[in-house]
Design a protein around this ligand. Structure first.
Ligand code: GDP
Ligand code: GDP
Length: 434
């Protein structure tokens, strides 16, 4: 349903530079809590109104140049399976190399669209350098400079052109739930618990364009689609590439879902990797339920849940309105609660408020606390309405919307969240001129 762009190529051609440009680094985070300061290699981007996830495959290989080739091979194979569009990056200064040729031969065998970006073409005088790459048999090359951005607009035009419309592939309108999280958090155990029960009816619904396995879940009076996750997949294929594989799977699952159940491991706390997945869910504007699993394994002094909740909320700030459920999958504790919460978040994400309610309950709050005067200009909110978007978004109409800053938008969001139930749902506030 969602779209994923994978950036592939041999080392040093400029994949991370291009990746950083696409996600504009505004959401770059480092895994500070786990002690490893490392950049993230997946993010979210948009172009011409289309949103998509971006994966920098190069970010997952480490080691010397000679082990690169086989590593790259495996990554390219996984990326080809999961991504929708591949951008194959080569270095316009080095010219075509044997390794480029090797990677491209792999790419060509897949059924995904591959766009060839010839990077490091920093000035137009160098454009002739790209001609030798036509030897690969492509019909088009995109000369780009990942560093200064030239040519990347044309490349992105073509990228989004190749992407689908984001409609569910299985044709159902059921809520779509993805279980995501770091390896070993208990995702497969949860899915097995849900799908293994005799009284629950689980029907595999094969995807049409990928070999995804989504399952229709019925149980405890609920009905939804479980978006393909680790639990239903053969893990064997990718044992050597667990991290890369689990990341790309998570990105795929998030893209394809309405609500994400983010499983964390109580024995490890809410770590950098959990937060990285969390922010991806956030930027994809999906509903979220945070699960603290393996609750049976930890000591529970007085106020344990409260304290842990608070620490999670600090780490996910400014997001505070998130449900957190403490489960033990092995002891089957609070699984029904988890299902109920997940369905509630789905409802919240789809909640539509009438203009009359908003203007009766929210507008007066804004008039009591108007945006700060900016350069001597008074800003007066006049009207508020919900936009017909897939996730909750509201427009506040006022004079001089350009002067309204983020803190005030958060104030508006908080007002709406205080008056209505948007627990676990994303939200966006826009200021517009009438
Ligand atoms: P990766 O290994 O493919 O991810 O490559 P990096 O993004 O780390 O880039 C490798 C080197 O090429 C770095 O020193 C970059 O600064 C440089 N580089 C990347 N893109 C460009 C570009 O468009 N022009 C120039 N001149 N250098 C670039
Ligand atoms: P995944 O990698 O996220 O799919 O994690 P798994 O479902 O494979 O679980 C990893 C390990 O944690 C397995 O040994 C599970 O039996 C165990 N596990 C999962 N949930 C719980 C739980 O709630 N309590 C305890 N004690 N162990 C759990």
């Amino acid at each position: 349903m969602g779209n994923i762009l994978a950036i592939v190529g041999r080392p040093n051609v400029g994949k991370s530079t291009l990746f950083n440009r696409l996600i504009r680094r505004r959401d770059a985070i480092v895994e500070s809590t786990s002690g490893v300061t490392r950049d993230r290699h997946y993010g979210h981007s948009q172009w011409n109104g289309k949103e998509f996830s971006v994966i920098d495959t190069g970010g997952y290989v480490e080691g010397s140049e000679d082990i690169f080739e086989s590593e790259i091979r495996k990554q390219v194979e996984v990326a080809m399976e999961e991504a929708d569009v591949m951008v194959f990056v080569v270095d316009g200064r080095d010219g075509l190399t044997g390794m480029d040729q090797g990677v491209f031969n792999l790419l060509r065998r897949g059924d995904k669209k591959v766009l060839l970006a010839v990077n490091k073409i920093d000035s137009t005088g160098q454009v002739h350098d790209t001609s030798e790459f036509f030897q690969l048999g492509v019909s088009q090359v995109f000369p780009i400079s990942a560093i200064n951005g030239s040519g990347t607009g044309d490349l992105l035009d073509e990228v989004v052109n190749e992407m689908g419309e984001g409609k569910p592939e299985d044709g159902t309108e059921l809520p779509r739930v993805a279980v995501v999280g770091r390896p070993n958090a208990g995702k497969s155990s949860l899915i097995n618990l849900l799908t293994g029960k005799e009284r629950n009816i689980v029907t595999p619904v094969p995807g049409t364009t990928r070999d995804t396995i989504h399952s229709k879940y019925q149980g405890y009076g609920r009905e939804f689609m479980l978006v393909d996750t680790a639990g239903l997949r053969k893990k064997s294929k990718v044992t050597e590439n667990v991290e890369f594989y689990s990341v790309i799977r998570a990105v795929r699952a998030i893209e394809d879902s309405d609500v994400c159940v983010l499983m964390t491991d109580a024995t490890r706390g809410f770590e950098g990797q959990d937060n990285a997945i969390f922010s991806l869910v956030d930027r994809n504007r999906k509903g979220i339920v945070v699960v603290v699993n393996k609750w049976d394994l930890v000591d529970k002094p007085a106020n344990a849940t409260k304290k842990l909740e608070q620490s999670i909320r600090e780490k996910t700030a400014p997001w505070k309105d998130i449900p957190i459920v403490f489960t033990s999958v092995v002891n089957k504790q609070r699984i029904v609660k988890l299902l109920e919460t997940t369905m509630e978040v789905y409802e919240n994400k789809n909640r539509k408020l009438s203009a009359s309610k908003l203007n009766k309950l929210i507008l007066p709050r804004l008039l009591e606390n108007p945006p700060p005067i900016y350069k001597g200009k008074v800003i007066k909110p006049k009207y508020i309405s919900q936009l017909p978007t897939k996730f909750p978004a509201f427009a506040v109409f006022c004079n001089r919307p350009q002067y309204v800053k983020d803190p005030y938008k958060r104030f508006v969001e908080n007002q709406i969240r205080q008056h209505f139930n948007f627990h676990g749902a994303p939200m966006e506030i826009y200021f517009r001129k009438k």
